[in-house]
Write a protein that binds this ligand. Structure first.
Ligand SMILES: [Zn+2]
Length: 112
């Protein structure tokens, strides 16, 4: 499986705990959390990664609006938040997504 979001999440093939959504962006709790708080923000349309030409400024703005909203909530509740996205061999699921997390890693595993 190299696109968990198109293959599973966005077609309702896996039950997800939604955090927030807009017409084009979905935020959900990670199905296999790597940190005590682990939320993923992803576009609903297939965008391979942040370098894709399909990831235009309008979509980036919408993504970061959602990221900022959730980072604000996580920081207000826990005091800290990290935000990351992966490229190349670091990106296991080939669909643009941002990890928002708080806390120390739950265990050693790949972050997908
Ligand atoms: Zn996709």
């Amino acid at each position: 499986m190299d696109d968990f979001y198109c293959e599973k999440v966005l077609h309702g093939k896996v039950v997800v705990n939604k955090v927030f959504e807009t017409d084009r962006v979905l935020a959900l709790h990670h199905t296999k959390p790597h940190w005590p708080v682990h939320i993923v923000v992803t576009p609903k349309a297939h965008i391979p990664d942040i370098l894709s030409p399909d990831c235009d400024d309008q979509l980036l703005g919408e993504l970061f609006s959602v990221i900022r909203r959730i980072a604000s909530d996580v920081t207000a509740k826990h005091g800290s938040c990290r935000i990351l996205t992966n490229l190349g061999c670091y990106q296991d699921s080939k669909h643009l997504h941002f990890h928002l997390s708080f806390g120390e890693p739950n265990h050693l595993q790949a972050v997908v």
